[in-house]
Design a protein. Sequence first.
Length: 640
Amino acid sequence: MADSPIDIRVIAHFDIDCFYAQSEVLRCPSLRGRPVGVTQKFLVVTTNYIARSLGVPKMVSIDEAKKVLPALVLVNGEDLTPYRAESKQIMAVLGRYGVVQRSGLDEGAVDITAQVKARLQCGFPALSFSSHILGWEAVSGEPGNDSGGTFVNVDSTKLELEKISGVDTALLVGSQVVSEMRSAIEKETGFQCSCGVAQNKMLAKLASSLNKPSKQTCLLSGAVERFIAPLPARKIPGVGRQTEAILLDLGVQTITDLKKVSVCQLSERLGARIGQFLYDACRGRDYTPVLDKGPPKSITVEDSFRNCTTLQQAEGILRVLAPDLIKRLDEDRVETGRRPKSLTLKWRVQGPKWNFISVSTDLPVELLSPSLSKEQRAAVAVEVASRLLLRNLGHSFHLVVLNIGATNFVETSTSDPAVRDIRSFLQAQGNSPRKELKVTSKNDARARRESFKTMTSALPAGPTGAVLGLNFSAVADSQKTPDTHIFGSGHVGDEYQLSNSSDEEDGWRDLADQLKSGVRASCPTATNFTQTQSYKDVSDQLQSQQSTDLLHSKSIFKTSHPAKLKQFFVENEDVMKLESPDSQRAGVTNTGGLHFRTQTAGSSRIANSIAKREVVPESTSQKKKRKSRNGTLDAFVIRK
DNA sequence: ATGGGTCCT
DNA sequence: AGGACCC
């Protein structure tokens, strides 16, 4: 039965040809035309196709490779930094054509169904591309080739359109799209790749490895069964050594063998999930969508070595690794705004058992603190890691691999790209229409906003203040510990009820009274930091006191969560640094990222607008007035 | 094996 | 925390 058009998918699987080796050749043109191998430690991890044609496969020892081919040019590829950067460029090109699911630096699946459908809107589009095609005979009337597919320069004149099924039509148009994608990648990044086009991720991946390098293979529907039937079960992505061994025990070698085993039998030996997966896979079925997995869930650095038997040696290794980790975490923060919560240490000891041992701990906030030098932060990492090692290894050990990394990333206020660079953000406010801020965090950001609305609408009408820029609100913890506050992030445009007093300090006191009167039990509200002390001062204070007045003159709240408060200060330090005498002069109280302007009764227009939750641009006269005092803040906009 | 990653249990 | 899998 034919698939309904709504079920048809066209998936392309891309695989950059010998990625590391190609990268080295691209960055060092004198290598072009020569056999090249990329090394990590004592291994040649990959070779270009020239080297392969001269007898050097990938994953051989350097000694062996040199013996086979003395002319082999070896390049060290232990530092993945350039590969990561190039991979990102390539993935960005792919991303223009559909959702991309990366797997490793050099591979990815792209769902190009939408592209295909768009081209079929106006009937069968003109085709012009070269591809290997399995099942060619069914759509052309020409003879086909089952080993690797028929190589054809496709154009519409070769096709017997009336004979082609909807699925195959889509796959052929998809191949046209893929041909253009490969050209785009090569033109924009220099990289050549191989590609498979099929109805699902598994088949596309299998097809992509059929013809290399720099070739594409299309697997038409009629050829699926006979293509996969003779393949070893191990070829199914997801079937590794262990599963292969169990299948062999069941008498299964090929996909054809696998088809004869019942789901029950498979599930018995391998668990229901893998059982069902294999049952589908050997029939060419893979219903899993192409999913963008987002930024990495862990960032780690590691090294391997021959002997590391003392803590001093381990620390030496960590001192090399830690700066790399810090650098990568910083880059990640610039890109994503998130922060890792856990530090993991993983190692392998010498011996027949090659398994990794791993431990994790809370990642010390100092590791990410912008006020500490990179060296200081690296030293913190080394210290924590070495303590972890000492605790878990005892005194006699022999490490061969050491890995340190960060996981458990959480969104922060700066995870929102719109507020990541508050400097440009604030500058942009005056000139551009207000950007809708997206609340992306899966946590309680939405709930917080909702409860905030409840709070602001429940409060009596009256003069109101509004947050001008990025703000942080203190979320009341719970009733059980009065005077306890957890610090979280608020949002641009959140509104706060302030006092009608023109005296800032009274305003804050009123706010505190509101909180005390019970509003805070269920609602987030504003808190008040002033930026008169550096993080270090606060940190010292926090360390010396269990509960501390935040700051002298304007502090209202106490905290019973010094650790969380400290975390908050570290997280937001870069924002807090924005504090400038200018904003003081402007009559704006910048309180640790909170930009408040107190509205007196005279500003009824704005007060009303806030009540109605309108967007209110600052009036020209207001702006002029303020600009005459200072020019740092360009807009006063209230949202919702 | 290398220097990374993923997801599941 | 460890295992199986992927490149």
